[in-house]
Write a protein that binds this ligand. Structure first.
Ligand SMILES: O=c1ccn([C@@H]2O[C@@H]3COP(=O)(O)O[C@H]3[C@H]2O)c(=O)[nH]1
Ligand SMILES: [Zn+2]
Ligand SMILES: [Zn+2]
Length: 242
């Protein structure tokens, strides 16, 4: 399996695109999150939106879903098909009613299923998306009153959604569930009210830090090179074998 971050930035970053990633397994391309900057980020990497086989959404903030309107419209009006959209069953209604309906509603486009081939996912259930690619959503805490779902890829790779620090989850995933890689969002400075801070991640045992790569960071990430313990930063555009 390969992972390429089309962006590694947080919601307010200007040097980096939104934290969205391209997973590739046996030629199947899955985009995890499609934020405001995703159409441009894909374009700059030379990847057409029509090359994606599916998009999976973690939660309904703009840096994770803001590119879906263009994606849906490009696929409908340029390519004549509905793109596959994996999303937690609980987010189907808010994704349309709170995010996409304003721009996309027109005759014939009255619900999420009119624009996308919606494949609802239930948290805690492993779902095969393609040969040798399965995912499981885990409900993780981000903001009160807002549902957010982290992802386990092929049972042993944890990819965090935006989330507050959850030491117990990370420890259990590694020690009891055999997770061998962690891709984790990070807030470099300040209190982690809705995100996980670097200081919190630095309090993890070294054996867990060694498995952890950091993403969803601010523009001043370079100042933190060498200050992330046993962890390292994912770099935008680079392709990782995972
Ligand atoms: O209660 C809140 C809600 C939001 N925010 C900010 O808005 C951003 C939205 O995208 P994000 O989830 O990547 O990051 C969030 C934060 O930077 C916040 O600080 N507190
Ligand atoms: Zn975010
Ligand atoms: Zn968020």
């Amino acid at each position: 399996m390969k992972l390429q971050m089309i962006g590694t930035g947080n919601a307010f970053a200007k040097k980096y695109f939104n934290n969205n990633s391209l997973i590739e397994q046996d030629g199947f391309k899955l985009l995890i999150d499609c934020g405001i900057t995703a159409p441009l980020a894909l374009y700059e990497l030379g990847i057409g939106m029509e090359e994606l086989d599916a998009v999976l959404i973690t939660h309904t903030h703009g840096d994770h879903v803001g590119g879906l309107e263009e994606y849906g419209f490009q696929m409908k009006f340029k390519h004549g098909r509905k793109p596959v959209l994996y999303v937690a069953d609980t987010l189907v209604e808010p994704l349309w009613n709170h995010t996409l309906s304003g721009g996309m509603t027109q005759e014939g486009l009255e619900k999420l299923e009119d624009a996308f081939d919606v494949r609802p996912l239930r948290a805690g259930e492993v779902q095969e998306l393609a040969p040798n690619l399965c995912v499981e959503l885990l409900r993780t805490q981000h903001i009160a009153g807002k549902k957010s779902y982290s992802v386990i890829l092929n049972r042993d790779v944890f990819y965090s959604a935006d989330m507050t620090f959850d030491r117990e989850l990370l420890t259990t995933l590694v020690r009891d569930r055999g997770v061998r890689r962690i891709f984790h969002e990070v807030q470099l400075e300040g209190p982690g009210q809705v995100h996980t801070t670097l200081d919190e991640l630095l309090s993890l045992p070294e054996e867990i830090q060694e498995l952890t790569k950091l993403m969803h960071y601010a523009d001043n990430k370079d100042q933190f090179e060498g200050r992330a313990g046993k962890m390292s930063f994912l770099e935008q555009g680079e392709v990782y074998s995972i």
